[in-house]
Design a protein around this ligand. Structure first.
Ligand SMILES: *Cc1c(COP(=O)(O)O)cnc(C)c1O
Ligand SMILES: [Zn+2]
Length: 438
């Protein structure tokens, strides 16, 4: 049986077998993407049959179909044997309607899909389930990644599930949160901290991967993107296969927005949905090459030196999946915007206070959405889904610093300060207005 999937260069269209380990094109050096034989998949089932298949699997009590990635196994990695799958399971994240955000934005329908509800508290679990499974299928004994904190947490945890598989993570020193740093250590991964930034960490690790038999699981590995595109599948399914008008995604290395765009495009090609949403990519102003490129009409590739931002997972000046993301966004009439630290942290506090605890990276998407509403890029009637990428509990220090007003240059618009009082019942009571309820 000929494989259903291949690797294809995004620059020159040259193609390669999916079961060879490669991250770039020999001919032109560009990154690759996984392409599936959509004609064969179409011949297998019609749109309604695919929908019925996936809906039926929502009732699964155990096995891989309980996963929000592997429920869509045939569209994620059809050539991967079920026995090779490494799953926790992941996905199945909640989609929250947010009235407070709707009121503030003057929008009809806004939802947040909280990918922070994944097993290691970020969407990276979807990609790592795919990447580690494929690596295991190929017989990889060691996996590696450079990370802004969440990729390493996910990789370490999935590698730990495979007997005999070793992991190496390379982190920029002082630029990942304490919670994120703790995750690969806890999972028993070899954890290296380098006095540099993420862009340099990935450059060095790629050099090492050329010489050593390490399976690289950064987003240059396009197999990971296949796992992440299940965010689009699951979102569409949660909305009864009626996609929103806009999907808003925070953008760092730009793999995830590319993945989500690919997921929607494939669903439309297979007749599972009848239209695709527009994509809004949101960046922190301190690291916003794509937002700048969009302002300049994408006339040339923009690289910047990433500055400090609370959104540390997207502190990336030279995104690996730049071309993929530009294509995905332009194909659907979307765009990129940038948000300031003040906007990001106020947006975070607003969503947090609705009981949906998100991270600063996720909040960048919320702030980007508010900006796009202000500018009229997104109209009031549009149905919007914002992808929250990680959980607020990974970034406790940022939350506490915001509410105590100790973040330089940021005046907390929604501060909720801890009150230090003496240890007595009457001191507690004095906090209550008129002795009533808090
Ligand atoms: C990795 C990550 C992102 C950025 O995703 P890219 O694919 O690099 O654009 C955003 N938010 C969080 C929390 C992340 O971990
Ligand atoms: Zn090429």
């Amino acid at each position: 049986m000929t494989p259903l999937s291949r690797l294809r260069c995004i620059g020159c269209d040259r193609d390669y077998r999916l079961d060879e380990i490669r991250y770039e094109c020999d001919a032109c050096g560009n990154i690759l993407e996984v392409v599936h034989d959509l004609d064969r998949l179409k011949a297998l089932r019609g749109g309604a049959e695919w929908r019925a298949l996936f809906d039926g699997r929502l009732a699964a009590r155990d096995g891989i179909h309980r996963s929000g990635v592997w429920r869509y196994h045939e569209l994620v990695l059809p050539d991967l044997p079920a026995a090779a799958i490494v799953s926790k399971p992941e996905g199945n994240t909640n989609l929250y309607r947010l009235p407070a955000l709707e009121r503030l934005a003057g929008s009809a329908e806004v939802r947040v899909k909280h990918e922070g509800e994944n097993p290691t508290l970020s969407f990276k679990d979807r990609g790592m389930s795919a990447g580690v499974s494929w690596g295991r299928h190929l017989g990889a004994r060691a996996v590696a990644c450079a990370s802004t904190g969440d990729t390493s947490a996910a990789m370490a945890s999935y590698a730990a599930q495979v007997e005999g598989m070793k992991g190496l993570v390379v982190l920029p020193k002082g630029k990942v949160s304490l919670e994120q740093l703790s995750q690969p250590i806890a999972s028993g991964c070899l954890t290296a901290s380098l006095p540099t930034d993420f862009d340099e960490c990935i450059r060095l690790l790629r050099e090492v991967c050329r010489r050593r038999p390490l399976y690289l699981l950064n987003s240059v590995n396009s197999v990971r993107i296949e796992g992440q595109k299940s965010i689009a599948f699951e979102l569409a399914q949660q909305l009864g296969w009626s996609p929103p008008d806009w999907v808003v995604v925070p953008v760092g290395n730009a793999g995830n927005i590319s993945a989500i765009g690919k997921g929607f495009a494939e669903m439309r090609a297979l007749g599972i949905i009848d239209r695709v949403p527009r994509l809004l990519g949101a960046q922190a102003a301190a690291a916003a090459p794509l937002a700048r490129a969009s302002e300049e009409g994408y006339k040339s590739r923009v690289r910047v030196r990433a500055g400090d931002t609370a959104a540390s997972a997207i502190r990336i000046g030279d995104p690996v999946s730049y071309d993929k993301a530009v294509r995905a966004v332009r194909d659907v009439g979307g765009t990129f915007v940038a948000a300031t630290e003040q906007e990001i942290l106020d947006a975070k506090a607003l969503v947090d206070a609705a009981g949906v605890y998100i991270c600063p990276n996720s909040a960048t998407a919320v702030a980007g959405f508010l900006k796009a509403r202000q500018r009229g890029l997104i109209d009031a009637a549009s149905r919007v889904a914002i992808i929250a990428t990680a959980h607020g509990c990974k970034f406790s220090q940022t939350t506490i610093d915001y509410h105590t007003g100790t973040i330089p240059g940021v005046a907390p618009g929604h501060a909720n300060r801890v009150v230090e009082i003496e240890a007595s019942a009457s001191a507690i009571e004095r906090l209550l207005p008129g002795g009533g309820e808090p």
